[in-house]
Design a protein around this ligand. Sequence first.
Ligand code: GLN
Length: 194
Amino acid sequence: MKIGVLALQGAFREHIYAFEALGVSTVAVRLPHQLEGCAGLVIPGGESTAIGKLMATYGFYEAVAQHHDAGMAVWGTCAGAILIARDVRDALPDQRTLGLMDISVRRNAYGRQVDSFEADLDVAGLDQPFRGVFIRAPWIEAVGEGVDVLSLYDDRIVAAREDDLMATTFHPELTGDPRFHRLFVEHVVGAPRR
Ligand code: GLN
């Protein structure tokens, strides 16, 4: 199995290291043809407006949608969660998303950079709490019927899953804890669609 990590901007290297520590092959995806053969794709944290502009330049909006249609799972972390959402609140004017996952995300929901923080999260399916690193993070304000909430922080949804799509508003790749990467590879990739 091969997992692609979108490598246009943001924390993509850390995702690659996390998968490699699990023995999972990865490809740093810089051009759409590199999605070929990827069972899953991670859209990393960073800056959603910058990643989105580069995605448009290189034709990733069409390519990711086509590969997802053909069975590729997608996991968005932080900015990536914004980019896969159906709806974004407090988006910049004309900010475009893939609209794959039936979630509504509020951008920069906790405030500015100084409002970044860490917190222990209870996560559905994980025995022990997971350390969430929130960096100018969004939260998930609403989810559609087919979406399972995986974690709440302060009554706000910070992780969710819809079949072969997953969104986390924090950065699991920065903690050295492989459980979200394992969850993606073992349960989200290849999950049937309802
Ligand atoms: N605030 C950023 C955005 O809107 C996301 C921050 C992050 O990915 N850590 O894209």
